[in-house]
Ligand binder design. Sequence first.
Ligand code: FAD
Length: 596
Amino acid sequence: SPVIRLMLMQILADAPYQFNHRTLPEPQYDFIVVGAGAAGSILAARLAETDARVLLLEAGGPAPPETSVPGLMPLTLGADVDYHIKLNTPPHLQQGFQDNSSFLNIGRTMGGGTTINAMIYCRCHKLDFDSWANQGNPGWDFESVLPYFKKSERYTGIVNPNTEKYHGRDGPISVGPVSFNSTATEAFLKAGRELGYDVVEEVAPTRSGFVLQLNTIGAGVRQSTAERFLRPNVRKSNLFVLTRAPVTKILFDKNKRAIGVEFFSNKKHRQVRARKEVILAAGAVFSPQILMLSGVGPARHLQEMGIKVLHKLEGVGRNYQDHAAIYNLPFAVTDGVTNSIFDFLSPKNLVDYIKQKSGPWARPFGVESPSYVKLGDGPLDWPDVSVPLMNTARSNLGLIVAVSDGDDLSLETFDRLLGPLKGRDTIAFVPMLLRPKSRGRVTLKSTSPFVQPNVDPGFLSHPDDEELLIRAIRFSFSIANTNAMKAIGAKWLSKPLRGCEQHPDTSKSYWRCFTRQLVSSFYHPSSTCKMAPSSDPMAVVSPELKVHGLKSLRVVDASIMPQIVSGNTAAPTFMIAEKAADLIKRDWGYPVYPPS
Ligand SMILES: Cc1cc2nc3c(=O)[nH]c(=O)nc-3n(C[C@H](O)[C@H](O)[C@H](O)COP(=O)(O)OP(=O)(O)OC[C@H]3O[C@@H](n4cnc5c(N)ncnc54)[C@H](O)[C@@H]3O)c2cc1C
């Protein structure tokens, strides 16, 4: 639209760097990093702090200008910069979506997920990391990883003496509180207090309660890892970044040592060698795909695909975890309490963004504030459910969903769930499981590296997950029924879903039916190259992130999480990359200055 064009012209100074080298100057590098996403961009930049020669190969292209404007985030979903993978779910699930399944969005561009994500900065919970360590991964407990969280962070918010020690001040990624909240957010936090929860800070190690979220936004501009870690280093002679260069295979010698990779660039398959290591950072779907295409993975599956097994590793692609969510639990609210589309389009707000990078465009559209609560039965005080508030508000235009899977709902479901809200201001809750017990799997669909793999997210395959998600829906209704939310007019108006009408309205059996139809991804795939000792049958990498049984090959991305973290996955992935950089430097005798 003309408005967006005008804005883009104005923001070009802040637009992402156009990494666009076309050929490789050298046949051999010390380190080859595969994937310039959340982890890969950080890792490559940190390794290039030494005198090692580092090659970073990214499948996607440079990030387009609109990705730097936080409020334009929804434009990237389903666009060229998004792999947009149709999930593979069983027929009794996801009937509310077109063709009975929803999409998994994953960034395919410099910065990976950090170029298209909702910019929520989430530290997750102390017990997430303590449990990683307890599963046989020394060095990954909370105390040990905290310095690596702080290392990448530049906190810009107001200092609270109780939580100050958990913030980093000197890292490349600006992190601060949301700049522009709606009346609905205030009501949401008040609702939390009314239900007996504290309003807590995101970085508190045992955070439990309602939270005013932090974002990876600096001076109104998205902080992708490519922008913040690579851009300042592009002139270094030992760092070379190649875009539109998907890696198709890892090359091994006869001793199972990774000696390089094959990749596709300028219409040709090419090879490049690694003197020291190859490091996969292609994310939880594509790192296992590359391993399997290279003959590393579950033997039977590889044989079925006609791939010669170089090294049997049953865990590759298994142990898949995501925060199974109900994206759309929409409630009508009083007009004006949300950040409406008219706020976005008002001339004043446009000018504010163009001139000062402030106002609604300087925040992620639609995303407001999370709550973290424990609704399951475990003994520990460790929240297992999150219910964020989404400020959808596009109802003014008759389009109700914003940053949501609503776009892939079937027409019938859309009409029943969202139709009654047409013309009304709307909020939505997004009840989700923080640590689902279900496990999914990534498998190859083809031996071609250009065909997306199958992603079976395993949603609700463990019965406890269904039970907990129903509790999470009911908890969302408890929030909506508080005085604070009633004061902003929160009302459930949706009609029963087709196929669920036989269940009494809002009964448990109704919510079971609803949950099965609408469970979907929160875009947090993880854990498909599990970090665990080799005694664990699902183990893929060691606590040093080395692939078990192979030499000179590591995986460094969200796939190594033994268990998904209790919150958004980007910041923990930054931490993984920061820690991995020191592990690698130490192994090769480069100076390491561990953060304090
Ligand atoms: C729409 C959306 C919203 C999200 N919102 C949030 C949020 O608000 N907060 C949060 O914390 N997290 C959020 N996330 C999740 C977060 O962005 C991811 O967890 C994180 O980016 C994972 O990092 P990664 O390094 O493992 O993989 P990625 O960031 O996905 O990076 C992998 C990179 O590898 C590249 N690649 C893949 N295959 C190949 C190949 N064969 N050769 C070369 N390169 C390859 C990809 O193109 C990509 O650039 C969101 C994700 C999405 C998609």
